[in-house]
Design a protein around this ligand. Structure first.
Ligand code: R5P
Length: 281
């Protein structure tokens, strides 16, 4: 993503040298002179997100120490945003601590479709300049080009920000379902009474959400839609995390899955590099 964005902006791209010592400690090195430069670090936080976090903090602090004029974090995907509340006594409100680390290391942060739930804007979380970008226009163009006669479904009320908005842009019908989360893996999705079988006749059903992690949210939504007779489904997400054979299980319920490339994966067919380049310009 960093190389793509740099190319679009006709700016220099350099890869950080990063490796792990045998005991797990991280080594980070800038391979170009960054004195007096604006350094834009692109970190997509996938794989071991905690290593990613340390890596980007090490890099930002080093950039400042080496005389960078400004250090910007572009996070196509940013983790820990779902842990924004003490749900049970004694729990760590992780996002608060992560945000403090980012505030002290960076001058600015851009995030694509952050999962903002109880906090409605990034400025509630970060003290530094922040901007929230959305891949909705990229998803809308993908649907326009590739899916005939869509009807869009959001699996829970929060998904309105993607499903509802994309449906509005492409001017098609949409429904938002209800979800109750019992744990990190267990959710129950129920139909809104207004959804009727006939609404789906001749339509391509497109479920849109911000994140696919275990896939359980979309799988449960699909199971409930199947009861109305629907058979094939498109699932589109901004961030494809795909843990614990999510993809295999989504395919088993006849879902064709596509994501943006905020997190690299083989189904990342919707490119958001232009979105990032336009923001950095
Ligand atoms: C949370 O509410 C998000 O919008 C997603 O619905 C959720 O993170 C998806 O997670 P999973 O794929 O594990 O159900």
């Amino acid at each position: 993503m960093a190389a793509k964005v740099a190319k679009k902006l006709k700016k220099k791209y350099s890869q950080l040298r990063v490796y792990k010592f045998p005991d797990g400690e991280l080594y980070v090195r800038f391979m170009k002179n960054i004195r007096d430069k604006v350094v834009v670090l692109v970190q997509s936080f996938y794989g071991d997100i905690n290593d990613c976090l340390i890596e980007v903090i090490f890099a930002a602090e080093t950039a400042k120490e080496l005389g960078a004029e400004k250090v910007v974090l572009v996070a196509p995907y940013f983790p820990y945003l779902r842990q924004d509340k003490r749900f049970n006594p004694g729990e760590c409100v992780s996002i608060k601590i992560v945000a403090e680390l980012i505030d002290s290391a960076f001058n600015e942060i851009f995030i694509i479709d952050p999962h903002l739930h109880r906090q409605t804007t990034l400025s509630h979380l970060f003290k530094i300049k922040s901007a929230k970008l959305t891949a909705n226009s990229c998803i809308a163009s993908y649907i326009r080009k590739n899916i005939k006669n869509p009807i869009i479904i959001g699996p829970d009320w929060e998904s309105y920000k993607w499903a509802g908005k994309v449906a509005h842009v492409i001017n098609c019908g949409s429904y938002i379902l209800k979800k109750k989360r019992y744990s990190g893996r267990k959710v129950k999705v129920t139909l809104n009474e207004k959804v009727k079988k006939t609404e789906f006749d001749g339509k391509s059903i497109v479920l849109i959400d911000d994140i696919i992690s275990t896939g359980n949210t979309l799988i449960e939504a699909i199971k409930i839609l199947k009861k109305l007779g629907a058979e094939r489904f498109y699932c589109i997400a901004v961030h494809g995390i795909f843990v614990e054979s999510a993809l295999k299980r989504l395919r088993e319920v006849n879902a064709e899955v596509v994501t943006t490339n905020t997190i690299p994966n083989k189904l990342a067919r919707i490119d958001v590099s232009e979105l990032i380049a336009n923001e950095i310009k």
